[in-house]
Design a protein around this ligand. Structure first.
Ligand SMILES: [Zn+2]
Length: 87
């Protein structure tokens, strides 16, 4: 096993996690990051990466199906509001 890891330059303090659950709107208890391996689909420029912070309540966090729904909603938002990458 190798230590093949890298630390990003940005240190994130978690302050941007929404206070309400992205799935149901209840008060959130879990901070989550959507950080897809396929960064082109997130319209990230080459050499950059994009992740999305969202929050879930404990009930939604326990439901594995929620993550598929969240990923789909985030990808829809990215496709609607973010300009295509100039790669
Ligand atoms: Zn919820």
């Amino acid at each position: 096993m190798t230590d093949n890891i890298q630390f990003p330059d940005i240190i994130y303090d978690g302050s941007a996690f929404p206070k309400s659950c992205y799935a149901c709107g209840a008060p959130a208890e879990k901070g989550c990051l959507f950080y897809p391996f396929d960064q082109i689909s997130m319209r990230a420029e080459i050499g950059t990466a994009r992740c999305v912070a969202f929050s879930l309540c404990s009930d939604c966090y326990a439901n594995e199906d929620v993550f598929d729904d969240v990923r789909e909603r985030i990808r829809d938002i990215v496709n609607r509001i973010m300009a295509p990458a100039r790669n």
